[in-house]
Ligand binder design. Structure first.
Ligand SMILES: Nc1ncnc2c1ncn2[C@@H]1O[C@H](COP(=O)(O)OP(=O)(O)OP(=O)(O)O)[C@@H](O)[C@H]1O
Ligand SMILES: [Mg+2]
Length: 247
């Protein structure tokens, strides 16, 4: 359902992504791991053109976008169509502080999809129930724990009915206990068949929950595969070295 082909990106003369390709099946949960600065966030952002790749192609749910250095207005329209299929969750939650949780979740359906108020409210309430926030849906973000904020951010992304969810270190700012609340929401989504790509430093989660793990180094996929194989018997010396530094 998602296909990225030869994604390349440089910042000035720093080549950050050196031609990354990835095919994702519907329902897969993929973890992206690798050392700091290897390009994980940049790659994730290129998948929905929050960052414009210098070269390469992304196809999500049949919407294809080619990238090159020349960007036209029609490409922006196509990027918009592509993003409609993608939900994104960041380490820093990015909730609107002046809106309560329910409003945060309803906002995009109301404003972007022009959904009817009652319908948006029903969908938002259902999603908040699902992520375990029914009892705090009238609170403002500053009265939530980090784990609650992140679950609200997930509900907000889900409200747009994405086909794929992208997460950039969703639990890095959280204590272990609060991380677990967020990870269990992601596991539940996986069971429902949601397609998810997660940049994470949480190797326990990557190993236990992923269908596939990709190890990135210096802007390239060094190794990818079944987590139970990769974490125990990595094929590549570079993967082995990285995993060893974590012990
Ligand atoms: N907007 C930018 N301008 C210039 N350089 C950038 C920009 N964004 C990222 N970089 C550089 O690109 C490289 C990859 O960054 P990226 O954020 O993708 O790494 P990462 O793998 O997500 O690292 P981390 O694990 O620390 O989050 C880094 O060297 C970073 O400094
Ligand atoms: Mg990053």
């Amino acid at each position: 359902m998602l296909q990225a082909t030869d994604i390349a990106k440089s910042f000035g003369d720093h080549e950050v992504l050196r031609g990354i390709s990835l095919d994702v099946e519907r329902g897969e949960l993929i973890s992206l791991i690798g050392p700091s600065g290897c390009g994980k966030s940049t790659f994730l952002r290129c998948l929905n053109f929050l960052e414009h790749p210098d070269a390469g192609r992304v196809c999500i749910e049949g919407v294809t976008l080619e990238s090159n250095k020349h960007w036209h207005r029609k490409d922006e329209a196509q990027a918009h169509r592509l993003r409609a299929h993608v939900g994104m969750v960041f380490q820093s939650f990015n909730l609107f502080p002046h809106r309560n949780v329910l409003d945060n979740v309803m906002m995009a359906p109301l404003q972007v999809k022009k959904m009817e108020y009652e319908k948006a409210r029903a969908i938002a309430s259902e999603l908040l129930e699902k992520v375990g926030l029914a009892t705090v849906k009238n609170r403002y973000p500053d009265r939530l724990s980090g784990g609650q904020k992140q679950r609200a951010a997930i509900a907000r992304a889900l409200a747009m009915k994405p086909s794929v969810m992208l997460y950039d270190e969703p639990t890095s700012a959280l204590d272990p206990e609060l991380s677990e609340e967020v990870l269990s929401v992601m596991r539940a989504l996986d069971e429902e068949g949601m397609t998810q790509i997660v940049v994470t430093h949480d190797m326990r989660f990557a190993r236990a929950a992923s269908d596939r793990v990709l190890y990135l180094e210096e802007g390239q996929i060094v190794e990818s595969g079944d987590p139970d194989v990769m974490f125990v018997h990595p094929r590549e010396a570079r993967t082995r070295r990285f995993l060893r530094t974590l012990l």
